[in-house]
Write a protein that binds this ligand. Structure first.
Ligand code: SF4
Ligand code: SF4
Length: 135
């Protein structure tokens, strides 16, 4: 059975189309890991152990924990940059149509904010696919 099929029905039904605003349905973190999750828990940790239910929605427990700490706000901000928080649903499942306009806007945002993105990855000791530099 696929990760999608194992996800709770309410979560599967709540997922918006690719490119629409993120509604914190939690599906992406239930069926896959982001690079922060892989760094923290290793590969194969699916659903991500950091996924936390908050009412009817889900949040990233790593981000929310860091946001609560006054000495870790930089890491929290960097994590949100790495995750693309607030930029829309970048998860596609079961061959759903690609929102090309969204992908283009995402690429453009990365281009316009490359220094910030690179700094965020380096703070977390992670590498962005487009980063050719040395650590
Ligand atoms: S990015 Fe998409 S799949 Fe992930 S929580 Fe947001 S709406 Fe759900
Ligand atoms: S670390 Fe957070 S954002 Fe990444 S997969 Fe886990 S819950 Fe989702």
């Amino acid at each position: 059975m696929s990760g999608f099929a194992r996800a709770p029905r309410a979560m599967r039904e709540a997922k918006p189309p690719h490119g629409q605003p993120c509604n914190n349905c939690g599906l992406c973190c239930h069926i896959s890991q982001c690079k922060i999750s892989v760094a923290m828990f290793g590969g194969g940790a699916v659903p991500c152990p950091a996924l936390v239910k908050a009412g009817e929605r889900y949040v990233c427990g790593i981000v929310t924990s860091l946001e609560e700490r006054s000495d870790a706000s930089l890491h929290a901000t960097a994590a949100k940059i790495i995750l693309g928080a607030g930029r829309g649903c970048d998860c596609r499942i079961n061959g759903e149509p690609v929102d090309h306009e969204f992908n283009h806007a995402w690429d453009q945002w990365e281009e316009d904010n490359w220094t910030e993105i690179r700094c965020a990855h380096r703070l977390w000791k992670l590498r962005h696919d487009k980063d050719q530099g040395h650590f």
